[in-house]
Design a protein around this ligand. Structure first.
Ligand SMILES: [Zn+2]
Length: 428
């Protein structure tokens, strides 16, 4: 099995939180990033990058920005732009139900209203903002996925912000709850030394100190000294090293299974101007060299220079997008919207393939979140090495695939098949 659609050996998704993005800027930026025609920011790059959206805005300090409804009213504001964005694959993420920072005010009824109006699927949820966003999930002090809490005396009560039972109707399969990494490239081995070196910025001591404590913590396991060594790593200013997965199966506090993912980046480089650094030639080269996959964290509509909404695309950011398009055109980096990349990684975990004579069989394991897999959308990003001899039949989930769905490539021991049946960019 190939890890990514050939010829790509690395993969990148760009995940932008919608904070500060004005409707006009949103349309102009996505015409440039996703389209192919002439735009205000230059000729379109045809990149598969999808954005996020809010239904509501209740933050007293952010007065601009795209949202489905006007404030928290029933009156629609940018509903048409958002609906079209989802249908065109330019939006695949709900950045929580809205911006409730500073003032709070989210309630379950708002989620129910949003759902009844939208009628479209959105596969990704990303937590937003400060601790007034009780809608957030799996984070301390939030209630989005907590159907019941207990008073100090043990009496049960039901938080009015609980909404995670609606995730199924909304189509949410992947969540981000704040996990950021400085390591370039996930879904590949990453040594402790590489991990602590990547996170050294702002730490109180060099990576060697954290590396030594990590070795000791691992040797001590779940014992008390192990916990003390881990606290020591945190005390030095490093996050304790975990696995380098991009996406992993987790459970919400109401018991629902969900895929959780991490993003690459840091909170001090989350503006449009920072794309120059976080999509630098050096970082893209490193991603290609280590053959990883990652989801970049940013805010397309947030300007560090203006300390608010971006008005223009800075030259450095436009060049960063062009650089990314060059890596794609050179067959080095598969640029895929976040939902496509994450789904692909889950598909790889659930698919096995083997060969018997002129037959290739594909078997799909049921996924607790995504359900049954193996339709044409799942096959579209899969490529299987088949080795010597002609392949005449492919059976997927017990059914023979019609000719024309799959194609053979290469020869001899390097032979492989794929199911793209046309350009990947055209498959939704
Ligand atoms: Zn946000």
């Amino acid at each position: 099995m190939f890890r990514f659609p050939p010829p790509f050996r690395a993969a990148l998704a760009v995940s932008s939180d919608i904070d500060y993005t004005t409707p006009g800027y949103f349309l102009d930026l996505h015409a440039f990033v996703n389209g192919n025609g002439q735009t205000r920011f230059g000729r379109g790059l045809g990149l598969d990058i999808a954005d996020s959206f809010w239904f509501y805005r209740a933050n007293p300090e952010i007065s601009e920005g795209i949202s489905y409804f006007e404030g928290t009213c029933e009156k629609e504001k940018d509903a048409a732009v958002i609906r079209e964005g989802i249908q065109q694959g330019r939006i695949d993420t709900l950045h929580a139900y809205g911006d409730f920072s500073l003032g709070g005010g989210f309630r379950r009824e708002l989620a129910e209203r949003a759902l009844s109006r939208l009628g479209l699927s959105v596969p990704i949820w990303i937590n937003h903002g400060d601790d007034h966003n009780f809608q957030n999930v799996l984070a301390p002090g939030t209630y989005g996925d907590l159907p019941e809490k207990r008073s100090a005396g043990g009496w049960p009560s039901r938080p009015v912000e609980y909404h995670a039972d609606l995730f199924g109707r909304l189509g949410i399969q992947f969540i981000w709850t704040g996990d950021l990494t400085c390591v370039v490239g996930q879904e590949r081995p990453c040594s402790a030394w590489e991990y602590y070196r990547a996170h050294r910025a702002g730490a109180r001591a060099g990576p060697a100190a954290a590396w030594v404590l990590d070795r000791l913590a691992r040797a001590a396991g779940a014992t008390l000294p192990g916990r003390v060594f881990r606290r020591g790593i945190e005390h030095l200013g490093y996050p304790v090293r975990g696995r380098n997965d991009l996406v992993w199966l987790d459970r919400l506090r109401d018991g629902r299974s969900i895929w959780r993912f991490q993003r690459f980046g840091d909170f001090t480089r989350d503006c449009i101007e920072d794309l120059t650094d976080v999509l630098s030639e050096e970082i893209l080269d490193r991603l290609v060299a280590n053959e990883g996959a990652m989801v970049l964290f940013t805010h397309f509509g947030k300007s560090r220079v203006l300390q608010g909404s971006a008005r223009e695309l800075p030259a450095g950011a436009a060049e960063a997008f062009r650089r990314l398009a060059r890596f794609r055109d050179a067959g080095k980096i598969w640029v895929a919207r976040t939902s496509r990349l994450l789904r692909h990684l889950v598909v790889l975990k659930r698919l096995s393939a083997w060969r018997e004579g002129d037959l290739v069989a594909l078997e799909w394991q049921e996924d607790p979140v995504l359900g049954s897999l193996g339709d044409l959308r799942d096959l579209a990003t899969v490529a299987v090495r088949v080795g010597e001899g002609e392949v005449r039949r492919i059976v997927s989930a017990g059914r023979a695939l019609p000719a024309g769905v799959w194609r053979a490539h290469g020869a001899g021991s390097c032979a492989w098949i794929d199911f793209a049946n046309g350009s990947l960019a055209e498959t939704v």
